[in-house]
Design a protein around this ligand. Structure first.
Ligand SMILES: Nc1nc2c(c(=O)[nH]1)N[C@H]1C(S)=C(S)[C@@H](COP(=O)(O)OP(=O)(O)OC[C@H]3O[C@@H](n4cnc5c(=O)[nH]c(N)nc54)[C@H](O)[C@@H]3O)O[C@H]1N2
Ligand SMILES: Nc1nc2c(c(=O)[nH]1)N[C@H]1C(S)=C(S)[C@@H](COP(=O)(O)OP(=O)(O)OC[C@H]3O[C@@H](n4cnc5c(=O)[nH]c(N)nc54)[C@H](O)[C@@H]3O)O[C@H]1N2
Ligand code: SF4
Ligand SMILES: [Mo]
Length: 895
């Protein structure tokens, strides 16, 4: 970066996970920018994980939605904004006039900025007069929200990132921090390095990358966390590890909760399928450490007993007063960048705004008075899963979906498709053209994306940060709040005449302080001192935690009217749907290190595609044997709700009886790998959060005649292929393919698939018809354009070396000679599958370095081959490779 560019640098916030890292973006021409961590941001102090570092690769206009479109006779046609918004407003108004306000709905997202979210919520609850606005946070944070409200009286996360570093013990429950909140993981990892006595316990049915840091891993039986924490409460009470002063002065309900919790460590071990020694080791450590933080995420929230899991954890913190003090507390780790901001504005169907409650008349009156609005919703709206059922049954006739992709991400996702296909009016605001949800829209509205829009987000530690724009608005895209305000004006509502995003923030800040006194409607959430900022002050806003300048619960005062926290009795329950002879395995779903949700943004970055280019089903080798499937082959996974196809994999740390499938693949990236189609739509009775981590499934062979892959600079038409998956490479797309047809004439088939019509094309091929093996490479002017490899078995060469050739303008003779082998003819030049995405370092390279240099730490590996030296996201995997290589070496030495 030179000096003339440096002054263009804009400080903004990463649009991915709830860690909320500060980013420095330096525009470099149109729709390009250099990306670095913001050293001045207190949450990350300059570090970025692999997704954050690759943000620059996700910019660019390819595939973007840039103009409003309206569907006519099943074809989307470009229209101007007035036409699109008039159509939505007219149809919306007619539906409300005929069927009432509950016949329309918004379905929004924790990826909206606070200002967008505020406007959507105000419009629905204060003007349209219904609470039918729900958000994908229902699928994510709603159990935590419900648990906080039950225990504390308000949705408060009483922990900051510093507390993780100050704690003497950190328990991570249902959280794969290493992959999902990498910068928090790195902070924790550094803290443990500095103080090796710090104890880390991971509670997760899988042995995840996060376990690399753990002193103790408790591989609980899926869905049984309540047993574990009830047992802990009983244990603490039994040995007198109770703070009687705190319990008496600051809580209610201890005796009832304790009575409901009664379990011996032996009973816990049996229910959770753990060793009793491990259970006791955990309990003893918890009792012995005053400073404990229990971080929890989707393994807790996404469960039919999610809210009880949250409260069972909080109960254990309350009993010893481990809350509100430095280095202590139950820590709900938020998923999306603005999951917390969405809760501040009351974006869920059962909330109001500014931490006020829909079911309290005084709160409703206060909000309505503040808004001076014509209406105020007076009952909770439909929660996400219910909402899509009401759409299918015709009760809800118009839905506007903003910044979320429900045809992929909701449970029973085929039901969502059916619902949208039947709905009278489906409006979708998105930033990309092609998604599974957009495919069902009647009106598509182009939104400004990260880098183009302005506003605020609040991260997991209640820190508000600015997202600032550093790119020009492309095409006709508009900010989400603007689109909503223009729609509101068309419906004839005053109250949406904002001239800029700072005015919305100001209103939001003022509402948080409205009647917020101890005698009126007290709430901990109060950012009144951020009100009154003009545009310049708002633009200059530094990251700030709320409530500004105050600690939360430090004085033992909670937000219930009596100032006390509540112990909530949590009698344990098993997941609703359980395995049987037809569906004998439990499906667990979750995230991969380098992809974000439905891949609409991370899927564009070649650097991020390399780590896991294809979906998979990970299962225990013995279960695979019973199902008749083999590693590397394809399998069909079915549940009572749907089915999909994925590649069989081992080594994901899965216990017998469970399978794991990542959530990211969908109709745009694979023929049949949308796992949401299988997931049961059971929800937690209190929060309405779906049971994403527990669906009974069966796994079966997916027999094919051939396996293959294609690397190609041009996109392929894939209608004829039984199985395909697509990943973005640098200058090419990578396709994994499999077919059920017998290929007669390989050459003709390959030319047709790759669209090579020219008889004289530079076409190298190798064919062994009797073995069913075929390989061909298409060159133009000595530059590789396409290649295809086919075999009856999935024994194809590694893709990495061939993929690397796409960067070369001309192939050397040596490279050319290796083409049909798919590997360099010189031994050892094959780097293997990528481990370090930042520097593109493969597994073979790393293992060789460990072997030859007898390396024992990730830092030595970094010094040797750079891997792990940038974002650090791959350090847990490097640590695993060191262990593997050393185990091999030990074996060789012994034999
Ligand atoms: N790379 C990446 N990072 C992300 C995201 C992403 O898409 N990609 N998404 C972000 C979002 S929105 C979210 S919500 C977070 C999610 O972050 P996490 O919650 O950490 O991630 P998940 O992979 O959904 O699930 C966490 C773990 O729960 C475990 N689990 C399953 N069942 C149980 C159970 O019964 N008990 C316990 N104790 N554990 C169980 C799973 O095995 C899994 O390892 O990640 C955020 N960060
Ligand atoms: N099986 C299973 N399913 C799950 C989960 C699981 O663990 N297992 N986890 C659940 C969780 S925790 C979550 S958070 C959800 C996430 O699921 P989704 O919210 O459905 O996933 P995304 O891919 O993040 O969808 C965001 C959409 O908004 C678009 N977009 C991005 N920026 C903007 C913007 O500024 N404005 C607008 N209008 N659009 C924008 C993107 O292109 C994309 O289409 O998935 C849930 N589904
Ligand atoms: S940890 Fe990674 S994905 Fe999360 S905010 Fe930071 S850079 Fe972004
Ligand atoms: Mo999430």
């Amino acid at each position: 970066m030179n000096l003339s560019q440096e002054h263009l640098t804009v400080r903004t916030t990463c649009p991915y996970c709830g860690v909320g890292c500060g980013v420095r973006a330096t525009p470099e021409g149109v729709q390009k920018a250099g990306i670095a961590g913001d050293t001045a941001h207190p949450s990350n102090a300059g570090r970025l994980c692999v997704k954050g570092s690759a943000l620059g690769e996700t910019l660019g206009l390819e595939g973007r939605l840039l103009h409003p479109q309206v569907r006519e006779e099943d074809v989307l046609r470009q229209v101007d904004w007035d036409t699109a918004l008039d159509k939505v407003a007219n149809q919306w108004r007619d539906i409300v006039a005929e069927h009432g306000p509950d016949a329309v709905a918004f379905y929004v997202s924790g990826q909206l900025l606070t200002e967008d979210y505020y406007v959507a919520n105000k419009l629905m609850k204060g003007y349209i007069g219904s609470a039918n606005i729900d958000t994908n946070s229902r699928l994510c944070m709603s159990s935590a929200v419900a648990g906080h409200k039950r225990a504390f009286g308000e949705d408060i996360v009483p922990v900051a990132y510093d507390d993780l570093e100050l704690a003497d013990m950190v328990v991570l429950v249902g959280s794969n921090l290493a992959w999902c909140h990498p910068i928090l993981y790195q902070r924790l990892s550094k803290a443990k390095e500095a103080r090796p006595g710090m104890k880390i316990v991971v509670v997760d049915p899988r042995r995840t990358a996060t376990c690399e840091l753990a002193d103790l891993h408790l591989p609980v039986k899926p869905g049984t966390d309540v047993w574990l924490f009830n047992g802990l409460l009983t244990y603490l009470a039994g040995i007198g590890a109770v703070d009687p002063r705190f319990v008496a002065a600051h809580t209610n309900g201890y005796e009832e909760a304790l009575a409901a919790a009664a379990l011996t460590p032996e009973e816990v071990a049996q229910a959770c399928r753990l060793n009793v020694e491990d259970v006791l080791a955990f309990y003893e450590a918890f009792a012995a450490n005053a400073k404990v933080v229990t971080g929890f995420s989707m393994g807790v929230n996404q469960s039919s007993s999610g809210t009880d899991k949250v409260n069972a954890i909080i109960n254990c913190h309350l009993v010893g007063g481990r809350i509100g003090q430095p280095g202590t507390g139950p820590f709900s780790i938020t998923g999306q960048p603005n999951a917390m901001g969405g809760r501040e504005v009351g974006g869920l169907a059962n909330m109001l705004a500014a931490h006020m409650d829909l079911d309290k008349p005084a709160h409703r009156a206060a909000v309505r008075e503040f808004w001076q609005s014509p209406a105020i919703a007076d009952k909770a709206g439909l929660k996400a899963v219910e909402l899509f059922h009401a759409i299918e049954s015709g009760k809800v006739k118009a839905v506007w979906i903003i910044a979320t992709n429900p045809a992929v991400s909701l449970p029973d996702a085929d039901q969502v498709r059916r619902a949208l296909a039947r709905c009278e009016l489906v409006v979708v605001s998105d930033v990309v053209q092609d998604t599974d949800t957009n495919a069902l829209a009647h009106v598509l509205l182009p939104a400004l994306a990260w880098g183009e829009k302005d506003g605020t987000v609040t991260n997991s530690e209640r820190r508000i940060s600015r997202q600032r724009r550093f790119l020009v608005a492309p095409g006709e895209a508009r900010a989400d709040w603007q689109i909503l305000a223009q729609f509101a004006r068309r419906l004839g509502y005053a109250g949406f005449d904002y001239t800029g995003v700072h005015e919305i923030f100001d209103e939001h800040a003022r509402l948080s302080a409205w009647r917020n006194t101890p005698d009126e409607l007290p709430r901990v959430f109060d950012i009144g001192n951020l009100a009154g900022m003009d545009r310049a002050a708002y633009d200059a806003l530094e990251p700030v935690r709320w409530p500004v300048g105050k600690d939360v619960f430090a004085d033992g005062r909670f937000a219930h009217p009596d100032g006390r926290a509540r112990f909530v009795p949590t009698p344990p329950r098993l997941p609703v749907n359980r395995t049987d002879s037809e569906y004998p395995l439990v499906l667990n779903t979750g995230r991969m290190r380098d992809q974000w949700h439905t891949m609409t943004r991370t899927g564009r970055a070649p650097k991020l595609a390399e780590h896991t280019p294809e979906s998979f089903v990970d299962l225990h080798p013995q279960d695979a044997l019973l199902c008749g499937v083999r590693e590397g082959e394809l399998a069909r996974i079915g549940s009572a709700w749907g089915s999909m196809v994925a590649r069989v994999r081992h080594g994901g740390g899965i216990a017998r009886g469970s399978v794991f499938i990542p959530i990211h693949w969908n109709g745009q990236t694979a023929s049949d790998a949308r796992v949401g189609g299988l997931v049961n739509p059971v929800v937690d009775p209190v929060s309405g959060e779906p049971e994403f981590k527990h669906t009974p499934v069966m796994v079966d062979r997916f027999p094919v005649q051939w396996h293959g892959f294609v690397l190609s600079r041009d996109a392929l038409a894939l209608d004829q292929v039984a199985y395909w998956t697509k990943a973005q490479g640098a200058g090419f797309a990578r396709y994994e393919l499999a077919g059920r047809n017998r290929i007669g004439d390989f050459s003709a088939w390959a030319r047709e698939l790759l669209g090579v019509k020219d008889e004289d094309a530079d076409w190298l091929e190798y064919s062994d018809r009797s073995a069913g093996v075929y390989r061909a490479v298409h060159l133009v002017d000595d530059r590789i354009v396409q290649c295809v490899f086919v075999s009856p078995r999935p024994d194809l060469p590694e893709r990495a070396w061939l993929a690397g050739l796409f960067a070369n303008d001309v192939l050397t003779d040596t490279e050319r000679s290796g083409l049909l082998a798919g590997r360099p003819l010189r031994q050892g030049a094959d780097a293997g599958p990528t481990v370090c995405s930042c520097f593109g370092v493969g597994r073979n390279t790393i293992c060789n370095a460990i072997r030859e240099g007898e390396l024992t730490t990730p830092a030595q590996v970094t010094a040797c081959v750079k891997a792990g030296g940038n974002c650090g996201s791959c350090v847990p995997e490097i640590r695993q490779l060191i262990a593997v290589v050393r185990a091999e070496a030990a074996e060789t030495a012994a034999s």
